[in-house]
Structure formats: C-alpha cells, structure tokens
Design a protein around this ligand. Structure first.
Ligand SMILES: [Zn+2]
Length: 291
C-alpha cells in the first residue's frame, strides 16, 4: 500500500515535469516585431520625386535600412520580424531583396494594422514627421495632397502619434524609429524610452543633410538591437478616455454631401470632419471607414 507521502512526492514530481514541458511555451511568448516602412525618412531621400515607389535608388536605400533594422532586431533577440511595405500602396519593397529571415507584408491592412495578432513591439523605418512641422523633410500626415492637418483630442498628430496610439490600445510598445530628426523628436515626445536614429537633418522641407546609406544602416542595426534589449522597459503609448480624431482636408477637398451623417461624426466646416469614440480604437475605426 502506498504511503500518503509517496503519493504526494509523485504528485510533486509530476507537476514539476509538467512545468518543465510547458513553462517555456507559457512564460516566453514568441517575440515578433512589426516594422512599418516609409520613404520620406530614409537617408538620401530628400526630394518628392524620389518617393515614387518605382524609383530604383530609393528602393535600394529603403531596403538597406529595413534589412538593417531586421538584422538588429534578430541580433537583439527577436524571434520573428515582419516588415510592412507602408509606402506608396505597398510597391516599394520586394521579396527578392528583403532580409532572408524577415517576412514581407504587402497591401492595405485596414484600421488595426494587424495589431490584433499581438506583436512584442512596433518599429518605424524611414519615417517622416507630421504635417506642419518646421524643417520636417516632406512632413505630412498620411496624405500631403489630401490632408492639411490631423488632430487627436485637439492636438496635431501624424502617422507616428496615431499608430503609436493604435499599438498602445493593444498594449504594444513602439520600440524604435529611424527617420529625420523631427520624426525622432516626435516619437520621443510620446515614448521617451524608445530608441531612435536620426539618419538626416532637415534644412527645409526639400533640403537635408543626410548620412551615407552605409552609415545609416550601421546606426539602424545598432539602434534596433538596443531597442530589442530594452523591450521590457518600454511602455505602450496609451491614450485613455474618449477620443476625437479631426481631419482637416486640403482646400480643394470639400467634404461629400453625406459627410457627418454617420454615428460619432460631426462636420466642423466644409472640409473638416471630427470622429468621436469611447476610446482611441472606436474613433480610429470610424475615421478609417469614413472620409
Ligand atoms: Zn508616410
């Protein structure tokens, strides 16, 4: 007959064995980094004509920076790096030249940008600053032709602020950004712990002092590795409470006749519309499905 002590010992041994088997799966989730690329913040890109997705030199410069970031994240401990071709309708990167260990995302990702997949961190490569920023190289908020200004809770924002808030809604931190000086400052203002690399400085909207491609790649690789190492210390950017997203279109864009009729929307004037939500995601989804 078994003694109660022996049964207990077996039970403890069995529990320990279970923990050994399953603990790694539970305690160490796969670390996937989602990289958003753009063209205006890449070293050596300073004129509007260079941002044409078919511009072969820009594509090489951008690919080099994206691949350097991938290398850095992998060296810093990432299990997987996913690169979203975020510029010019996803026509700027190619599976032929993307880093062999990266995955390439092509296409419009909708309001959530696939954040529901649960990334360990978000990173920007080649990022520009928001519309209206002095000495921001080709500064704009999503569309230089269509959008004059974008406001979140009454304050100017661009791609950096809104995407950081979107990631933050999913409790994902923005850990890294490379771009022009103004873009790096824009992220630092909301995520002070993030690693940033300024690859060029704006003299004016279409004038810059840029690093060489080689120097930029080295700096990005090192910065991405540093960001990965301090991942746990970087807090997600949370925008709590009710949120408004206001879009002021450019002068040539009067809003359509039915603008402002959908729930949570109101017209501010002929070319400005405001979206309200109980939180960031609700306001953002309303904007993404609106004008
Ligand atoms: Zn952009």
């Amino acid at each position: 007959m078994k003694t109660p002590e022996l049964t207990l010992t077996r039970l403890v041994a069995f529990t320990l064995a279970l923990e050994v088997c399953f603990a790694p799966a539970f305690s160490q989730p796969r670390k996937t980094i989602f990289v958003i690329t753009d063209a205006e913040g890449v070293a050596g890109v300073c004129r509007q004509d260079q941002t044409d997705p078919k511009d072969s030199e820009m594509r090489q410069l951008l690919t080099g920076e994206a691949n350097a970031a991938v290398e850095g994240f992998l060296a810093g401990g990432a299990d997987e790096v996913i690169v979203w071709d975020g510029h010019g309708g996803s026509q700027s990167l190619s599976a032929l030249t993307i880093h062999p260990r990266a995955k390439l995302v092509i296409g419009d990702l909708g309001a959530t940008m696939t954040c529901e997949r649960g990334y360990a961190g978000i990173a920007f490569v080649g990022q520009h600053s928001m519309a209206g920023v002095r000495k921001g190289i080709m500064a704009h908020s999503y569309s230089s032709l269509g959008i004059q200004n974008m406001l979140m809770n009454g304050r100017p924002v661009g791609e950096i602020g809104t995407r950081a808030a979107l990631a933050g809604w999913y409790r994902i931190p923005v850990i890294f950004l490379s771009g022009d000086t103004r873009a790096t400052e824009e992220l630092k203002a909301i995520v002070p712990e993030a690693e940033v690399v300024a690859v060029k400085e704006g003299v004016a909207r279409y004038a810059c002092i840029s690093m060489s491609a080689e120097e930029a790649r080295t700096a990005i690789r090192d910065g991405a590795a540093r960001a990965m190492k301090k991942l746990a210390q970087i807090a997600p950017y949370r925008v709590d409470g009710p949120v408004t997203i206001e879009i002021e279109h450019t002068t040539r864009n009067s809003l359509p006749i039915d603008a402002g009729l959908a729930p949570g929307t109101e017209l501010v004037n002929d070319r400005t519309i405001r979206y309200r939500g109980k939180d960031f995601l609700e306001a953002w989804v309303r904007y993404s499905g609106g004008y």
